[in-house]
Design a protein around this ligand. Structure first.
Ligand code: SF4
Length: 264
C-alpha cells in the first residue's frame, strides 16, 4: 500500500477527513482505501467545492427539484426569481398559486411539472410536519430518505441530495458524472443502476456527511472539466496521474484529439 493511504498522511495533507473517520472504514478494505485515495487526489487537485450553493435547507430542496434534467445555470435564474420576491420559505411559497409558481420557474425548464412537484412537497410538509422543515429533516437518514422517495416527483438522486445537502446526513448522491467516471475507472460496470452504485459508496466509505458532500461535488468538477463524455482530458486528469484509471491505462482515450466516447 502506498504511503499516501496511511492515516497520518491523510491528516497531514488533507485535514477534512480525520484519522478517526479513516479508522471507521472496514479494516483491511482495499476498496475503502482506493475510494479514499481517489477522494484525496480529487481534493488535492480541486480543493473544497463549498456545496450546496444555497443559503438555507429549503433553498437546497427547491434547487434539488429544479435541477432535475437541466443545468444549474438554468436553476439559478429560477431561484433568483423566487428570491427577488421573497418566496424562498415554505410559508411564502405555499401561498403562491401553482400556475404563478410555474411562470416564475420557467427558466428552469419543465416548469409546470416542477411547480407541481414543489407544491406536492409543500403539501406533505404542511400536512405531516406542520410546515416545520426541521421536523422533516431531523429524522434518521434512512427514514427521511424513504419518506422523500414516497413523494410524487422525488426520485433517488433528488432524495439523496436533500438528505445530504439539506439535512447534512450521509446519503451518497449518484449522478451521471459518478456513473461515467467510476465506469471508466473500472470500479463500476457500464450500465450500473442508481441503487447499486449508491450501495457501493455507502458500503465502502465511512458514513460521514462532510465526506459525502465533498466527494460528490469533486466528482462533478472532474466530470465537467476532465472526464467529459466526449474527448476526456486524460493527460491532465489527476486520477490518471495517480494511476487510478483503468480506461486510461488501457489506452481507451489514447488518440489525442479523437472523438472517442466511452460506451456508457
Ligand atoms: S483518466 Fe480520463 S477517463 Fe480516466 S477519469 Fe480521468 S478523464 Fe476520465
Amino acid at each position: 500500500m502506498r504511503s499516501e493511504l496511511e492515516p497520518k498522511a491523510f491528516e497531514d495533507t488533507w485535514g477534512r477527513l480525520t484519522v478517526d473517520q479513516f479508522k471507521q472504514s472496514p479494516p483491511g478494505s482495499t476498496l475503502t482505501s482506493l475510494l479514499l485515495s481517489i477522494y484525496k487526489h480529487l481534493y488535492d487537485h480541486f480543493g473544497p467545492q463549498h456545496w450546496w450553493p444555497a443559503e438555507t435547507p429549503f433553498e437546497v430542496i427547491v434547487g434539488a427539484i429544479l435541477t432535475q434534467n437541466v443545468s444549474w445555470r438554468n436553476v439559478e435564474r429560477a431561484l433568483a426569481n423566487l428570491k427577488e420576491r421573497g418566496l424562498l420559505t415554505p410559508e411564502s411559497l405555499a401561498q403562491v398559486p401553482e400556475e404563478e409558481l410555474g411562470e416564475l420557474l420557467r427558466p428552469a425548464g419543465y416548469f409546470r411539472g416542477k411547480a407541481r412537484k414543489i407544491k406536492a412537497f409543500l403539501a406533505h410538509l404542511f400536512t405531516q410536519h406542520q410546515g416545520q422543515l426541521e421536523r422533516l429533516l431531523n429524522q434518521p437518514a434512512d427514514q427521511l430518505r424513504e419518506e422523500l422517495l414516497g413523494l410524487w416527483g422525488i426520485g433517488p438522486e433528488t432524495a439523496d441530495s436533500i438528505v445530504l445537502y439539506a439535512a447534512g446526513q450521509p446519503s451518497f448522491v449518484v449522478d451521471a458524472y459518478t456513473l461515467r467516471i467510476f465506469s471508466r475507472l473500472g470500479l463500476l460496470p457500464a450500465g450500473t443502476r442508481y441503487q447499486e452504485a449508491r450501495d457501493f459508496f455507502q458500503k465502502h466509505l465511512p458514513p460521514d456527511g462532510t465526506l459525502f458532500n465533498e466527494y460528490h461535488a469533486l466528482l462533478v468538477a472532474l466530470g465537467k472539466d476532465y472526464c467529459r463524455k466526449r474527448r476526456p482530458r486524460c493527460n491532465d486528469c489527476p486520477l490518471q496521474r495517480a494511476g487510478h484509471c483503468r480506461a486510461a491505462q488501457e489506452g481507451l482515450f489514447a488518440t489525442a484529439g479523437s472523438a472517442l466516447v466511452h460506451p456508457d
